[in-house]
Design a protein around this ligand. Structure first.
Ligand SMILES: Cc1ncc(COP(=O)(O)O)c(C=O)c1O
Length: 426
């Protein structure tokens, strides 16, 4: 154990899980430099955050300029340019009509805000979420989270009136094999309708909350037909459709928001992660009409939409737009899948999936995925897992990663996964 790790273990609580104990001195674009001078290719973006790479000069300049002028006043006390400008810019890239933004500090906080918005403005209580979803670790968001039971373990009674329906994840579908994604989606939607017949009356439902692409749950995209059915159902029963785009938003999927790629407009979007460009920032985004119904003073935040976070978010959005990175998400996604092709013969591989620049390799069990990412790190490529059992390796490079770095990183992973295959017999 290094000195650094020993110091860290002494002052940090064991509740924090960790993928590595790398000690990072600085980040430069897609590269991390450790305190002992090792250069590691970052294919995690700090869990889908640094979409324009580490310390992009335009983002750093915006942060420094803003910090020199004003670091904090609280949106409840006075207004400032960076938050208004960011909200204005967001309104130009969100799905039609979603033009009003409540800023918070994190993804979980955005989900909490969305729950409160939906409950208060519909006067209803029930929330429907989907098995395998991840929405955060605060108590309300954790109630909606079912990607792993561990996020709920030992926390006692969570939020009442939350109902969990199956997510259309073909490899984890209750339908007997063989079935395709559409058949799985039809099955899941029928289960949801059954839930409304037997467990929760439709007129009790305030919101249907879904990640259009499961993030922590395994990088699985719901079929567009399923999301369209949810849209129709929500409208029919008077509930609000909420897309949790905390991991999918800000260009990652090849559209500013996955909603646009699916052609389905929700009533509410939650955003965070890449939104702040590396500083803490979350947002609940909805229509003016809906937001007008959220009663003044019943929700708020001291730090939400902090001037520096908003300046960072604004500069990040401008870089994504000016460098055409939304379109590039498709290009790098395709490159990643191309480079993964030799892995198709890996006996422990179940599936390679891609939605824009969200790419995943699902193995048959956790030990294989973990061995593959450990062997990748030995080759100076940082990757992390996701999935119900950590059996999925996810690839989340910066949208502006250089093509040769990307190809090299993917080849190192393929080599690493092959060495792991030898190390972990079935
Ligand atoms: C889809 C989704 N929602 C919510 C969250 C929670 O965000 P945070 O960790 O910023 O609270 C995450 C984090 O991984 C996420 O992926």
């Amino acid at each position: 154990m290094s000195d650094f790790e020993a110091r860290a273990r002494k002052v940090l609580p064991p509740v924090l899980g960790h993928y590595t104990w790398l000690s990072i001195e600085r980040g430069e674009g897609s590269w991390l430099v450790t305190t002992d001078g090792r250069r590691v290719l970052d294919m995690t973006c700090g869990i889908a955050v640094t979409a324009v790479g580490h310390s992009h000069p335009r983002v750093v300049k915006a942060v420094v300029d803003q910090a020199q002028r004003l670091m904090h006043i609280s949106a409840g006390v006075a207004k400032y340019e960076s938050s208004i400008a960011l909200a204005e810019q967001l309104a130009t890239i969100t799905p039609r009509g979603l033009d009003t933004v409540f800023f918070g500090n994190s993804g979980a906080e955005a989900v909490e805000g969305a729950i409160k918005l939906c409950r208060q403005t519909t006067g209803r209580e029930a929330i429907i979420a989907f098995r395998g979803g991840f929405h955060g670790r605060t108590v309300g968001a954790a109630t909606l989270t079912t990607s792993k039971a561990q996020y709920r373990r030992g926390y006692g009674a969570l939020l009442p009136e939350v109902y969990i329906a199956p997510y259309p994840y073909p490899l984890a579908c209750a339908l007997p094999e063989p079935h395709d994604a559409e058949a799985c989606a039809r099955h899941c939607f029928a289960e949801l309708e059954t839930m409304l017949e037997h467990e929760v009356p439709p007129e009790h439902v305030a919101a249907i909350v879904i990640e259009p692409v499961l993030g922590e749950g395994g990088y699985v995209a719901a079929p567009a037909s399923f999301l369209r059915s949810l849209r129709e159902l929500a409208t029919k029963i008077g509930a609000l459709l909420v897309f949790d785009e905390i991991q999918t938003g800000m260009g990652r999927t090849g559209a500013w928001f996955a909603a646009q790629k699916f052609g389905v407009t929700p009533d509410v979007i939650t955003a965070a992660k890449a939104l702040g460009g590396g500083l803490p920032l979350g947002a609940v985004i909805s229509t003016r009409e809906r937001m007008e119904k959220w009663r003044t003073g019943t929700h708020g935040s001291t730090f939400g939409g902090n001037p520096v976070s908003c300046a960072s978010g604004l500069a990040t959005l401008e870089v994504i737009r000016d460098e055409n990175l939304v379109a590039r998400a498709e290009t790098i996604g395709a490159i990643m899948v191309e480079e993964l092709a030799p892995l198709r013969s890996h006996p422990r591989l179940r599936e390679i999936r891609r939605f824009g620049a969200m790419v995943a390799a699902e193995f048959d069990e956790k030990s294989v995925a973990k061995a593959a990412i450990a062997a990748s790190l030995e080759r100076d490529v940082l990757l992390i897992t996701c999935g119900f059992h950590d059996q999925v390796v996810r690839f989340i490079p910066a949208l502006n990663i250089g093509e040769s770095d990307l190809r090299k990183g993917m080849r190192s992973f393929v080599e690493a996964a092959r060495s792991a295959q030898v190390a972990s017999p079935a």
